[in-house]
Design a protein around this ligand. Sequence first.
Ligand SMILES: N[C@@H](CCC(=O)N[C@@H](CS)C(=O)NCC(=O)O)C(=O)O
Length: 214
Amino acid sequence: MITLYGYPHSRSLRAAWTLEELGVEYRCQHVALDKGEGRSEAHLARHPEGKVPVLEDGDLVLFESVAICRYLAERYGNAPLLPDSAEGRAEVDQWLCFVTTELEQPLWNHAKHTFALPEEHRVAAVIPTCAWEFARALKALERRYQGQTYLVGEHFTLADLFLAHTLSWAKSMKYRLPETLEHYMTAQLERPAMARAVAQEKAAAEKAGSEPTG
Ligand SMILES: N[C@@H](CCC(=O)N[C@@H](CS)C(=O)NCC(=O)O)C(=O)O
């Protein structure tokens, strides 16, 4: 049985959403990051930084959301989240890199310097730069995204899953999105697999007796 170690509303949702899209059986294991469980010896053995997501599939223990979702889509791709052609997969990878290195980073920096880093390491002065960098990445995205249903080809792929998740993260941080991207994001987030993934992570947190945040 596959185990996904996660925390509600974090990047582990990308992995839970992927598992739900693929219809793969799995178990969600809540890691109480808010209570320091990420730093436990057991969790540090799974993830060298004590973060989530982590995926266990037999002897394979994987961290990094892109690697996890890419693996799941390759290994259990009965509902294809990756195109058949090498060219199509390369385009999906292009967007996965863009989303996680260009679009997500200013959001993550904003979050780190607002609440995620220890207080003594936060620098409030970087926040306007984060907003500027996010707006620049969004403009780049808009130059390519022209209102089509999906980013790559005619089907929902991992590129859409990562982009929608990251745009919703931006929304939760009160960033404004252009109307076309707002519609795009809403359509992807309405997929039933997304709702099931949220419910799984919430249930795991409740089972662990922890209060889900955010
Ligand atoms: N690049 C990693 C980022 C993982 C990450 O930063 N996860 C956050 C939750 S979204 C975490 O576990 N934070 C706990 C910590 O920093 O100790 C990925 O995409 O998986």
